[in-house]
Design a protein around this ligand. Structure first.
Ligand code: NAP
Length: 248
């Protein structure tokens, strides 16, 4: 695809951003669909967000962008119209620019939903989420949309687990003792930044394990990683920007 004066611009902003797989993925989607656009990664530290947003608002060629850590909440104040799902999740990872207006969406939950579907996870599994950081709200929303209703969360900082549990009407398990109760769960999800092996004593064959990280270290083959989550949040963002559906 030639880059010329008609080339549209898409981007991801975050800190760090150099590890992001989104530019390779989204540029491949643009090539595949024959859309004259380019997707770039911009390293934006917290203190520069306002200035970058000011510049973005003036760029006519900018049609949309992804937002990653640590800007997914802060970006919401620059959005003209917030999608109700993004409002419920409390974070925006996809901005659509149309006729000068900014529309904010969250597609992370869809990545979780598709991960569960692709792995044939049954809906009647009792689920424990370990970690209540930025990614956990999208995970819970994805689980609930999928039809999983028995969900509990545990987190090192208890207040964060309590706040998330209240928002999504799920249970809280004490971080000091959750390891004694693992036998109660058929699906265990690691949303912490630590390796799964540090959060649970062992892996059992009849339990489904899902770790959000793209690459898992020292976990059995049957653990689900975060690659599908990343891919499908990107597929949904692409659809929001272009109206084009990337087939599986
Ligand atoms: P985050 O907001 O920084 O949250 C980190 C979580 O890890 C918090 O629950 C934190 O507990 C916990 N934690 C950190 N150090 C800990 C320790 N020493 N002991 C116990 N708990 C600890 O991160 P995030 O944005 O939610 O992301 C979490 C992970 O998901 C990352 O590995 C990220 O790469 C991955 N992710 C993947 C995708 C995907 O598309 N596959 C999307 C989003 C995120 P406290 O609250 O107590 O600090």
């Amino acid at each position: 695809m030639d880059i010329n004066t008609k080339t549209q611009i898409y981007a991801i902003i975050g800190d760090p951003v150099e590890h992001s797989k989104s530019p390779a993925m989204q540029n491949e989607f643009f090539c595949k669909t024959g859309i004259n656009a380019v997707y770039l990664a911009f390293h934006v530290v917290k203190d520069n967000l306002q200035d970058v947003i000011g510049g973005f608002k003036k760029l006519e060629e900018l049609r949309g962008f992804n937002v990653t850590v640590p800007h997914k909440v802060e970006i919401m104040k620059y959005i003209d119209e917030l999608d109700p799902v993004a409002m419920k999740i409390g974070a925006v990872n996809t901005v659509v620019v149309k006729d000068g207006k900014w529309f904010g969406y969250n597609t992370d939950w869809y990545g979780v939903f598709k991960t569960l579907q692709k792995n044939n996870v049954p809906c009647n599994v009792k689920t424990l989420i370990i970690g209540a950081g930025g990614a956990s709200n999208g995970v819970i929303y994805g689980l609930q949309q999928y039809g999983i209703s028995e969900i509990a969360i545990t987190n090192r900082t208890t207040e964060k687990a309590i706040a998330v549990a209240k928002q999504f009407d799920i249970n809280v398990v004490d971080f000091a003792s959750y390891k004694d109760e693992l036998d109660d769960y058929q699906l265990i999800i690691n949303t912490t930044t630590l390796p799964f092996g540090q959060m649970i004593p062992d892996f059992k064959k009849d339990v489904i394990y899902f770790d959000l990280k793209y690459y898992l270290e020292s976990t059995p083959d049957f653990c689900i990683d975060g690659k599908a989550m990343l891919y499908y949040q990107g597929v949904k963002a692409f659809e929001l920007w272009t109206g084009k559906i990337i087939e599986d």
